[in-house]
Design a protein around this ligand. Structure first.
Ligand SMILES: Cc1cc2nc3c(=O)[nH]c(=O)nc-3n(C[C@H](O)[C@H](O)[C@H](O)COP(=O)(O)O)c2cc1C
Length: 193
């Protein structure tokens, strides 16, 4: 059931070394490719790194420019303390063996919305396959260097594209988390006035 998949998806921040299969990765990318997209323009694109060393290299670039000092209280979220708050953590991708980088056309109004529709399709398809995931931000910053621009060129990403974010994929190391209770007041149904 779709609702079971939605509710069993969690952001996972600790992974085993086991790589996901190419077949599963292709299915996950297909799900991303069928995401809704503004104007039907299919402008966003995905680059998957299906290699633990490459993923770690990009994960280190992802965290290199992350200034914890900019965070209120130096943690990511008051509600959810994260391993990323640990100053010794160097890999923004948490050791996951695969990452999908999502790029969108830089001058397009809905570039971020399109990319995160893709990301949601990706994480739900991964969950159905028993694969753990986490959406990661700091896309633009990750590639904002000579090394980052060179990688984008090597991967065939058009010049005017900007990375909007990532989804990391792998197998969970540890226990499956339990969803937090939902905050009240976030859902309204209006039948008539
Ligand atoms: C736009 C967006 C950006 C996010 N960026 C990060 C990130 O950089 N690092 C991270 O560990 N989690 C990131 N997350 C995951 C959220 O922290 C996570 O979804 C939230 O804490 C709720 O937990 P859950 O996904 O397990 O339900 C991001 C999620 C979204 C939607």
């Amino acid at each position: 059931m779709l609702m079971d998949i939605i509710k069993s998806r969690h952001s996972i921040r600790k992974y085993t070394d086991e790589q996901i299969s190419r077949e599963d990765l292709e299915k996950i990318l297909e799900a991303g490719n069928y995401a809704p997209n503004a104007g039907g323009g299919q402008r966003s694109m995905m680059v998957a790194l299906h290699n633990k060393e490459l993923t770690r290299k990009l994960g280190i670039m992802n965290l290199a420019k992350f200034n914890r000092g900019n965070l209120v209280g130096s943690y990511v979220s008051k509600e959810q303390p994260s391993v990323i708050d640990d100053p010794t953590m160097k890999d923004g991708f948490y050791g996951a063996p695969t990452v999908i980088a999502i790029f969108s056309q830089g001058n397009f109004l809905f570039k971020t919305a399109d990319a995160f529709c893709m990301a949601e399709n990706i994480v739900l398809q991964a969950t159905e396959l028993g694969i753990a995931s986490c959406i990661i931000s700091r896309g633009e910053e990750t590639f904002d260097s000579e090394e980052g621009w060179a990688l984008m060129k090597e991967w065939g990403v058009p010049d005017n594209y900007i990375c909007q974010g990532f989804v990391v994929l792998g197998y969970i190391d540890g226990e499956q988390p339990v969803s937090k209770p939902r905050k009240p007041g976030r859902v309204q149904i209006i039948e008539c006035l």
